[in-house]
Write a protein that binds this ligand. Sequence first.
Ligand code: C2E
Ligand code: CA
Ligand code: CA
Ligand code: CA
Length: 279
Amino acid sequence: AKEQGRNNYQFYTHEMNERISKRVQLEKRLRTALEHDEFVLHYQPQIDLKTGQVSGSEALIRWNQPDMGLVSPMEFIPIAEETGLIVPIGEWVLRRACEQNVLWQKAGYPQMKVSANLSARQFVQKNLVENIQQILTDTGLDPELLELEITESIAMQQEEYVVSKLNALRGIGIKIAIDDFGTGYSSLSYIKKLPINTLKIDKSFLTDIKNESDEEEITSTIIALAKNLKLNVIAEGVETKEQLQFLQQRRCDEAQGYLFSKPLSDKDFEALLMKQKDP
Ligand code: C2E
Ligand code: CA
Ligand code: CA
Ligand code: CA
């Protein structure tokens, strides 16, 4: 038994070593990925539930790694966060998303908003507001068409700081959404104090809607809360007709999920816009 224990231990350290060296490798490659232009944005349509039309998109990053193909953000965003690389990467995301939105407008598609995810590291960056202002100026995007998604956990940091940062962001005309809402246990009185535009219902609450579960209750409550506070409310992770019907009955404003479309490359997203224009 003692022997076996030791073997297990060796096996474990071997696996750990492998994981660590993989991670170091990934970090190294991540450092050069921006220079080598290896990131791409995919866009997931957001649907206005009143009209059924595309009202905007969420820009989601992918890493087109030469030997690995498209790498999911779940694999590299946490490392980018830890190393601080998320700051230049996040700036690239914002610039690219704004640029693309202007291109679509110039091509004659209806005005749409674009949402981009803002990480905790970016949120606390000193010159965040100036950087975003610069991106808006350079790309010519109407600030009203840009929405930043910050997670509920970022929003729950020190109140005065968060409120003043959000006010500064809203001061340049952009919008703020609280992402993964409902997972962070923030109180209603707290949410009420934040200068935000949108609540984004976390996809975990949509999963069980068909089973008459607590999630139904939570989703209904969030929609009602948003209405009460005059906030826009969007559900993410909508995969079934039943979920859509549930949301429509409660007059949720917008929805996003595989039922409508997975995140699409810029070309595929444009094809979708074209189809909507001339069905
Ligand atoms: P998120 O912001 O919550 O984004 C939604 C995720 O749900 C996306 O995964 C999207 O592809 C996925 N999704 C969309 N519809 C459905 C659906 O119907 N069912 C299910 N199960 N999932 C759906 P993705 O693109 O892999 O992104 C994962 C996470 O990575 C994002 O979660 C976000 O936290 C982060 N991320 C992505 N792009 C960026 C970025 O540019 N900057 C930062 N800081 N984080 C990003
Ligand atoms: Ca998001
Ligand atoms: Ca989310
Ligand atoms: Ca659930």
